[in-house]
Design a protein around this ligand. Structure first.
Ligand code: PLP
Ligand code: MG
Ligand code: MG
Length: 616
């Protein structure tokens, strides 16, 4: 699938210069957002990993975009005033040795256009629309097999009219290379050509039908370009309302999950699951899994230090992989247990007959770090396992401090970061984590179905000689096999992997730091709401993760969790029961694609439901 896009944005926009004095044409705003950002957001939502923008006129304006979107690169055409779009494209192609979508920057378009190109079986496809009567049309000529032969603004020169050029084209790496060869034959001439005429030229020269550019026509496509004042008014009054209506029709019902994962996802992550069928043993899919692993490694401390091994399975599968694969027969394991997930690590150790000791600590008070350190120093342990964020209560354990100490004492550390990863700032090297687990459906905001085990490469080397205790869940075997074949040993969840690919793209756009800020802003509203309602939180605020909150259930006879749950559900919120044996709580998580206004709405509902606490 195409992963890159090039936006040609060097032009001066001379015909609209009275409106765009100090900005590039693509910075015209429609509905409070610039044209180019409308386009960038659509490309990102469609799984594009990297966007190259060819700049020239007022190139400094694009710096803002570059700092907002890490996936953007800019390439400046210094000679923009004397060249045309082919000159800019040629420079961009120096940065892109890949298949790519080529887009004009002054477009406003419905994202179906991208879908049609991306989903096309053809490698080279040009998007063509029916007649817009917008003036300044570029007319497309085609042969009998819908191949592009010629294009022109002069309609009289067209023999077999296909429609109008939109300005979005998918081209293969080979085709783009051919364009560059043409360009290099006579740079002085070609740099002054429009990129689209060079596409037409190369397409008509090619005799191999697979190397021609296919026309893909949408008769009633909602799109426009903005070259002049009249175009702008058409964009605002006719085209944009049509685009919005189409987008509304594709929206998926939004449930707000306040349970601790699977979390609320974006529509683009949901739609990423609708992908072409592919045999997961094909290299193309192997490359997707490799990309996912490398990007996850970057989020955990850097691909140069960390290996991420994927398994089809939930978070518990990842935990079981880690506990069962990393401890040799003569190892001695200390497990910190201060909640249901610490207890689960111990359960796994017991099933595998490991030599382990549980260190039990309060479920709602901070772990006594010194006591743990004493145990680690004197207990003869070789391994430590603990949960970073105890989802049972929202208690954030001091995993980095304990793990750094453990490593100093040659104890291998294993962290369940299932509900911490991609929200809490983690760097496994800095934090002293040798092995760590997480999953696709929590803070990374993907779908459930993939578990990950992150491995510090140095520690990882040491486990290769441990005999296999199990088969499907064996860490080193899975790793080695993937490295050799680009395949998972057993059938991976293909569509979940594509959703995760999309979720990672979106996490990189938001950044983990900003995501945590968003989550924390939701938590602030929640904790204030809890107070205002007259309820109490189980854990002291300073020890909380700000990702999930355990709230003590009131003793009031009118309180009934199921009723509370069902009423919340009716207005779109899913809340979660408690999981402690020694305290009655319910839990509200604030992870996933949710925003402060969602939490505000929930808090209003909660206050209304619990009115009886105040005798109302
Ligand atoms: N570990 C922690 C800390 C969790 O929060 C969870 C799930 O909430 C798990 C493990 C288990 O994950 P799963 O339910 O995906 O098996
Ligand atoms: Mg035009
Ligand atoms: Mg234009």
């Amino acid at each position: 699938m195409v992963k890159k896009a090039i936006i040609l944005a060097a032009g001066m926009g001379v015909r609209i210069s009275d409106i765009v004095k100090d900005i590039p044409k693509s910075f015209i705003e429609i509905d409070g957002k610039t044209l180019i950002e409308h386009s960038i957001d659509k490309l990102i939502a469609r799984g594009i990993e990297e966007i190259i923008i060819g700049t020239g006129h007022i190139d400094t304006a694009f710096e803002v975009l570059k700092s907002k979107y890490k996936c953007i690169k800019t390439v400046k055409n210094n000679a923009y005033a004397d060249t045309s779009s082919m000159g800019t494209l040629a420079l961009c192609l120096k940065e892109c040795n890949d298949d790519a979508l080529i887009l004009e920057s002054d477009l406003l378009y419905d994202s179906t256009g991208l879908d049609v190109l991306i989903n096309s079986f053809e490698d080279n496809v040009m998007l063509v629309s029916g007649f817009t009567n917008s003036t300044d049309e570029v007319w497309i000529d085609q042969d009998d097999n819908n191949n592009l032969t010629y294009l022109s603004k002069d309609k009289a020169t067209i023999k077999n009219l296909a429609g109008e050029l939109v300005g979005i084209t998918k081209l293969s790496k080979d085709f783009l290379n051919q364009m560059i060869l043409k360009y290099n034959e006579n740079i002085d001439v070609y740099k002054k050509k429009d990129y689209e005429s060079v596409i037409a030229e190369v397409s008509s020269l090619n005799t191999d039908k697979y190397k021609k550019v296919k026309i893909s026509k949408l008769d009633n496509y909602a799109w426009c370009e903005i070259d002049c004042k009249e175009h702008l008014s058409r964009a605002e009054n006719i085209v944009y309302p049509k685009i919005k209506e189409k987008e509304l029709s594709r929206k998926i019902k939004r449930n707000i999950l306040l349970n601790p994962g699977p979390a609320t996802t974006t529509d683009s992550v949901k739609y990423a699951q609708c992908c072409p069928d592919i045999c997961p043993r094909e290299l193309e899919f192997g490359k997707v899994m490799e990309w996912v692993s490398l990007e996850l490694s970057d989020m955990a401390g850097g691909r140069e230090h960390i290996e991420t091994v994927l398994f089809g399975g939930s978070g518990t599968a990842a935990d079981e992989v880690m506990i069962s694969s990393c401890i040799p027969k003569n190892g001695r394991l200390l497990i910190i247990n201060n909640g249901a997930y610490g207890a689960r690590l111990a359960k796994i150790a017991s099933v595998y007959n490991l030599d382990y000791t549980e260190y039990k600590s309060s479920t709602y008070e901070m772990i006594n770090i010194n006591d743990v350190k004493d145990k680690l120093k004197s207990g003869g342990y070789t391994h430590l396992a603990m949960v970073y964020h105890e989802t049972t209560t929202g208690l954030l354990n001091p995993a980095p401090e304990i793990c750094r100490f453990a490593q100093e004492h040659n104890i291998v550390t294993m962290i369940d970061a299932v509900s911490a990863f991609a929200a809490v700032d983690i760097n496994m090297i800095r934090d002293g984590f040798d092995f760590m687990t997480s999953t696709s459906n929590k803070n990374i905001q993907g779908m459930a179905g993939l578990g990950f085990v992150f491995c510090n490469r140095q520690s990882f080397e040491k486990i290769k000689d441990i005999p296999m205790n199990n088969y499907y869940l064996n860490l080193y075997d899975q790793y080695k096999s993937f490295k050799n074949t680009y395949q998972m040993r057993f059938t991976p969840p293909v569509q979940i992997t594509y959703a995760l690919h999309q979720a990672i793209i979106e996490t990189k756009v938001e950044t983990i730091a900003k995501r945590y800020e968003r989550y924390a802003a939701c938590w602030e509203i929640l904790q204030q709401g809890v107070k205002d309602t007259g309820l109490k939180m189980l854990v002291k605020p300073e020890h909380q993760s700000k990702l999930i909150t355990a709230i003590i259930e009131p003793k009031h006879k009118q309180y009934n969790f199921n009723e509370f749950h069902d009423k919340a559900m009716k207005i779109g919120f899913t809340i979660y029961p408690g999981k402690l044996s020694d305290a009655d709580t319910f839990r509200i998580a604030n992870i996933g694609d949710i925003y402060p206004e969602d939490m505000q709405r929930f808090v209003e509902f909660m206050k209304e439901y619990f009115k009886f606490l105040k005798g109302e």
